[in-house]
Write a protein that binds this ligand. Structure first.
Ligand SMILES: Cc1ncc(C[n+]2csc(CCOP(=O)(O)OP(=O)(O)O)c2C)c(N)n1
Ligand SMILES: [Mg+2]
Length: 348
């Protein structure tokens, strides 16, 4: 793994992102309890894995394929948070941001679905040919843009994911398979659904390099993802990163973890909180002080208020739109469904 080249300024930026994401995530649970949004999938405990990995990607060249639990990735990548939360407000499937302009695919609730999309996009990069072929200058960012596919330990047991990994390796697609192993697939612990000891061990069978990293150490995640990006962008094919972390909260706002794990287990298995841990590290290194930390908290609170107001103001979308973006050219069957829906719900 290359030596870390994070400046103090970047370290402070990373900490601010962690603090912001922590606050938005906790607020989203409160908004659900207050009836502002009907549901949410918390990511408490996974902030370092999410922010550290997104921070290592190239905003101009790369493309992110998230699941339903990627608020931290989205925020670190610069996706508009109100548009992101529209999925959780149920005003729009997949988020109201522009996926192409933001290089962040629609939020994906089909477990394993984002993996197929990422490999397809990455394969497209190689079919299009290397970047900037018109110049002989060495390209610092590599030959190709890189897709990063986020998925969970549970998703790694889906057939689609194995087909995607095999295909990517055979065709040397520039894609990073970023697994957040948070210990759980809803109520099923990892050791009850991942054979072979680890997700990383399985990827070796597809002939790709793997990195297992402490997912609660933001700088380790950043370093692992940077190394994986360099590998994939240079045309050497995919890499799998297994970020070992812990889902500190419920699976979603409709889940009650007390039915399948005890508080004692949560406390002993979660390890040190990734946000506190980074604050301690940066304080010990003299990169941040109490004033910086207090400002970071107040910035996070200000942003949380702005996003809350934006989410409250989000209106519903016209129902007809659910038929509009299924295919570029609607099929006769879809048109008939849309007509029947209009007749029943809008009486036209
Ligand atoms: C194809 C499919 N099967 C089942 C589900 C129901 N489901 C939603 S989340 C989930 C568990 C996923 O666990 P993991 O991949 O570890 O991700 P995590 O929720 O821990 O982030 C399941 C089974 C689904 N959404 N899609
Ligand atoms: Mg999981």
């Amino acid at each position: 793994m290359p030596a870390l080249a994070l400046s103090s300024e970047q370290q402070r930026e990373l900490y601010q992102l962690l603090e912001t994401v922590r606050h938005l995530d906790l607020s989203a649970i409160a908004w659900q309890r207050q009836g502002i949004i009907p549901g949410y999938a918390p990511e408490r405990g996974q902030e370092a894995a999410q922010v550290g990995s997104a921070y290592a990607m190239n905003r101009e060249l790369d493309f992110i394929f998230p699941t339903y639990r990627e608020l931290g990735v989205a925020r670190a990548w610069g996706v508009d948070m109100v548009a992101y939360m529209s999925t959780h407000k149920a005003s729009w499937h997949g988020g109201l941001y522009d996926p192409v302009a933001s290089r962040f695919a629609p939020i994906q609730a089909v477990v394993g679905g984002s993996v197929l999309h990422a490999v397809g996009w990455a394969h497209g990069q190689t079919l299009n040919g290397p970047l900037n072929t018109s110049t002989d200058e060495p390209q610092p960012s590599g030959k190709y843009g890189v897709a990063i596919s986020y998925f969970g330990d549970g998703a790694s047991s889906q057939g689609d994911v194995h087909e995607a990994m095999n295909f990517a390796s055979v065709f040397k697609a520039p894609v990073i398979f970023f697994v957040q192993n948070n210990g759980w697939a809803i109520s099923v612990p990892t050791d009850r659904q991942v054979a072979g000891g680890s997700v990383a061990a399985r990827a070796a069978g597809y002939g790709m390099p793997t990195i297992q990293v402490d997912g609660n150490d933001i700088e380790a995640v950043y370093a692992a993802t940077s190394a994986a990006r360099t590998h994939a962008a240079s045309g050497q094919g995919p890499v799998l990163i297994e970020a070992m972390t812990y889902r500190r909260g419920p699976h979603s706002t409709s889940d009650d973890p007390g039915r399948y794990r005890s508080l004692d287990e949560e406390r002993s298995e979660a390890g040190q909180d990734p946000v506190d841990r980074y604050a301690e590290k940066l304080q010990a290194a003299g990169v941040v002080d109490q004033t910086f930390l207090a400002n970071a908290l107040s910035n996070a609170q200000d942003e949380e208020e702005q996003v809350r107001a934006g989410v409250i103001a989000l209106g519903s979308r016209p129902g007809q739109e659910m038929f509009d973006f299924v295919y570029a050219e609607p099929t006769a069957e879809l048109k008939a469904q849309a007509a029947s829906w209009r007749e029943e719900s809008e009486h036209v």
